[in-house]
Design a protein around this ligand. Structure first.
Ligand SMILES: [Zn+2]
Length: 446
């Protein structure tokens, strides 16, 4: 059997708008990679793009534009960062606020680089699921970053209609710039990951750096540590590496790239390539009895040889709908219906009601009316899965939303970032992600 392709995604968070030497670092990296025949993804901060323009760095802009251009927020670390303002908001108002704050940055990237960014990734760990709805509206289909809030099997996945490269675990490979003696170990880690991916038919290895890291020894945005928000005139430049030290860093990157290139199965891809290599966000429906049995037992995605389906897609299929891209519910419903069965006519009315609300809103409801009482969406889905479609009384089943296991419960640790206010935690954002997990499923290589 042919070995599956190993797609290496090399990406650079291009964000330091304080230290001008970081502009030269971005230029050097983009040029070196081009010479090596490798295309990378540069996720550019809106303010960084504007600063490159105002400093007259057309050379940097041109060199980066030879690669793929993504988006890394409008201001990165200027307070309030995304998780901070999204934490107190719901799904719809949060998405609108994210779009209001972030659209100007996307517009500037478009104007300065001449392309719509291929992807987005949050500053630091300042992630919030409401960004998905806004990003799709802004024409950005890929979420490329690293974080621990949500993940599936250390490989790309679909959530909220966005193709994610996130929480990559063993498939996240990062050479240390501070110690080239660790390179052999990193190469070994790369080879192990590549072998495992080849054996399972292919997959993605994610590697990232920041151009600023190649010229500084501490992060530029420590200006904003622990929630600080100094005026521009008070911003301090980060400490610099010596020229020789920077050169050593560039060599480490080159050696890593050369190592990856020696592997026959390895191919460098960008965020713009990714959607073409993976399946579409809406899967093909499968045998109804298989979906019904699965949904009766557990509400989570299903993977078979025919592809992957999210719980949301299966729910639509079981309702007799053609599955479409929908959002998860905006709130957690709770069952108030206490009887153990539902009469056939009442259940059929509930099904029609849910079908109507999904069609009208392109979103799953939090709960389902049975007369004046309600079933939570998970309880309804389990009941629907177990229903034979004929008996006069439909037995109510308890839901089992297993999909939520893929979302972290660590509201503090997953949002740990020196720029967030001390002790910051955002369990509310993880709860929103659990609700959106109705749309979660692994992405499958075409
Ligand atoms: Zn960043």
């Amino acid at each position: 059997m042919a070995k599956g392709p190993v797609y290496v995604m090399l990406w650079f968070d291009t964000e330091d708008y304080i230290e001008p030497a970081a502009d030269d670092a971005a230029l050097r990296i983009a040029t070196d990679l081009e010479k090596a025949g490798v295309r990378a993804t540069f996720k550019v901060v809106g303010e960084k793009a504007r600063v490159l323009e105002s400093r007259g760095r057309r050379d940097v802009i041109r060199a980066l534009a030879q690669h793929d251009i993504g988006y890394h927020s409008n201001f990165h670390s200027i307070q309030p960062t995304p998780a901070l303002y999204l934490r107190g908001m719901g799904w719809l108002d949060g998405a609108a606020e994210f779009e209001r704050r972030e659209r100007p940055g996307v517009d500037d990237i478009r104007r300065i680089f001449g392309v719509t960014p291929s992807c987005y990734g949050q500053p630091g760990s300042s992630w919030g699921p409401q960004s998905y709805r806004a990003l799709l509206r802004m024409g950005i289909p890929v979420y490329l970053d690293e974080g621990e809030q949500v993940g599936v099997d250390e490989q790309p996945f679909w959530l909220g209609g966005m193709l994610h490269v996130f929480h990559m675990g063993r498939n996240l490979i990062r050479p240390s710039l501070n110690d080239e003696n660790l390179l052999p170990q990193t190469f070994e880690k790369f080879d192990h990951a590549a072998e495992a991916l080849e054996a399972r038919g292919g997959g993605v290895i994610s590697t990232y750096f920041h151009p600023t890291e190649f010229v500084t020894t501490a992060f530029w945005d420590m200006n904003f540590a622990k929630g600080a928000n100094p005026e521009r005139s008070e911003w301090r430049k980060p400490p610099r590496r010596t020229a020789e030290d920077s050169e050593r860093c560039y060599q480490i990157l080159s050696r890593y790239v050369e190592h990856a290139k020696t592997r026959a199965s390895a191919r460098f891809i960008t965020a713009r390539d990714l959607p073409m290599l993976y399946d579409s966000p809406v899967g093909r429906t499968q045998d109804r009895s298989i979906l019904a049995r699965h949904m009766a037992e557990r509400q989570t995605f299903l993977t078979t040889e025919d592809g992957a389906l999210s719980a949301a897609e299966m729910l639509q299929a079981l309702l007799g709908m053609e599955p479409a891209a929908v959002e998860g519910p905006v709130a957690r419903g709770e069952s108030s219906y206490r009887a153990t069965t539902i009469t056939r006519p009442a259940f059929e009315r509930a099904k029609a009601d849910v079908t109507g609300t999904i069609r009208a809103n392109r979103r799953l409801p939090a709960d389902v009316w049975i007369g004046s009482e309600k079933l939570s969406l998970a309880d309804f889905a389990a009941t629907l899965g177990a229903d034979d479609g004929a008996s006069a009384a439909v037995a109510v089943r308890k839901g089992n939303p297993e999909m939520e296991k893929h979302v972290s419960t660590d509201g503090k640790g997953t949002f740990n970032w020196p720029i967030h206010p001390e002790g910051f935690s955002a369990p509310q954002l993880l709860e929103l992600a659990r609700l959106q997990a109705w749309t979660l499923k692994p992405a499958r290589l075409k």
